[in-house]
Design a protein around this ligand. Structure first.
Ligand SMILES: Cc1ncc(COP(=O)(O)O)c(C=O)c1O
Length: 400
């Protein structure tokens, strides 16, 4: 096992968590097995009692998955990490491990639609109440607390409006109320933002996005303190079964080796495209966290950094003046950038949230969230930025 606690980020990305078998392979091995065998019935019993070390069953843990869990935990500065089959399985697992019937969750209003559905529609079926708040104003979190509040949940930057919330301030409010703060850190990636260093208790990722980063697999991760993971989270994951395939864990392990190169390049491309888009007359406004016209740009510059420099992330969003028809015309005119609802890929992807990722919501709710008919989200990839700029400019020109 590589001792990774004192290593720098780029070294952790390549070497963190690596555990070689007796063959001393260079690249991490895939242990494509659902179960494990024991030398004796006594050994099986001892392992199940937790008195002997070793794996038990693929739904609980697997050596390839352990390597990825340890890489992610080291990167995040978390005690432990658990993998799930998708980002949504991670959000669901983290929430279920924090609340029970009769408890209350406070969450940001601007969320990826499936996250909001879990909180607004699914958990209330099991007696969990919620309050949604405008997340950027920290005082709203304090005002929403009830005696039974057990968890705060937020995305920052939020999908797709790129609203930024103050993790440190909201963590303090959560802790004063005896609640846990869960951060969905998908947009910022573990490279740009360290929620745990700012006081968050639990961090979740869709590994589908930047960690794989090449559009191949779905995956999720939950990171937290040892006691919470072992006592609250593990029983739920073990017995409900959202386990990640070892093949997927291996793909993500390989993806993460190049993650900082990809993310840095995509962020630089995104910042350049944001400026080009903002200057076009067909555009009402651009949202990019570190641009001076972003309402929380000072907070973003403090909270999102890479090599101590403010870094706004790989996602740019903007509102076109002509509403839905202009947005569709723009998307259809793109020649390099693909129309897709995924993000965090090496390939640049364009999304119309109102009709895809956020179509679960009524038009009125979409507008409250900032998802207007003319709103477009660009997940910027690592192609040559001149080609991307030409593609975007050409598509904007079609709007007259
Ligand atoms: C902010 C955010 N959280 C969670 C998810 C869910 O991830 P997955 O698609 O891997 O389930 C997404 C997916 O787009 C997302 O954007």
């Amino acid at each position: 096992m590589t001792k990774s606690t004192d290593l720098k980020t780029d070294t952790i990305l390549v070497r963190g968590g690596t555990s070689r078998s007796e063959h001393k392979e260079t690249s991490e091995a895939i242990f494509l097995t659902s179960g494990f065998v024991y030398d004796s019935a006594e050994e099986a019993e001892a392992r199940f009692l937790g008195e002997a070390p070793g794996y038990l069953y693929g739904r609980y843990a697997n050596p390839t998955n352990t390597m990825l869990e340890q890489k992610l935990a080291t990167l995040e500065g978390a005690d432990l990490c658990r993998l799930t089959s998708s980002g949504m399985a991670a959000v669901n697992g983290a929430l279920l491990a924090c609340v029970k019937a009769g408890d209350h969750i406070v969450a940001g209003k601007a969320l990826f639609s499936s996250c909001r559905w879990l909180i607004e529609t699914f958990l209330p079926r099991y007696g969990v109440e919620y309050t949604l708040v405008d997340s950027a104003e920290s005082a709203n979190w304090a005002a929403a607390i009830k005696p039974n509040t057990k968890a705060f949940f937020l995305e920052t930057p939020a999908n797709p409006i790129l609203e930024i919330s103050d993790i440190r301030a909201i963590a303090d409010i959560a802790h004063n109320a005896g609640a846990k703060l869960i951060i969905d850190n998908v947009f910022a990636t573990p490279l740009l933002q360290k929620p745990m260093a700012l006081g968050a208790d639990i961090v979740i990722y869709s590994l589908t996005k930047h960690c794989d980063g090449q559009g191949r697999v779905l995956g999720g991760a939950i990171l937290g303190a040892e006691k919470w993971v072992l006592e609250e989270l593990d029983p739920i994951l073990r017995h409900t079964g959202p386990a990640m395939s070892p093949f997927v864990a291996w793909v993500v392990l390989k993806g993460m080796e190049t993650m900082s190169l990809r993310v840095e390049r995509a962020c630089n491309n995104a910042a350049k495209l944001a400026d080009i888009i903002a200057a076009h007359s067909a555009v009402n406004f651009v949202r990019y966290p570190t641009r001076i016209d972003h309402p929380q740009h000072e907070l973003a510059a403090r909270q999102m950094t890479m090599s101590n420099k403010p870094m706004g992330g790989t996602i740019v969003a903007f509102e076109l003046k002509g509403g839905k028809s202009a947005a569709f015309k723009f998307l259809n005119a793109l020649k390099i950038i693909d129309v897709s609802n995924n993000l965090g890929d090496t390939k640049s992807l364009a999304t119309h949230p109102a009709t895809t990722t956020h179509k679960l919501f009524e038009a009125e709710v979409q507008v409250q969230m900032g998802v207007t008919p003319g709103y477009v989200r660009l997940s910027v990839g690592i192609e040559d930025v001149e080609d991307l700029a030409e593609d975007v400019t050409r598509a904007l020109e079609t709007l007259g």
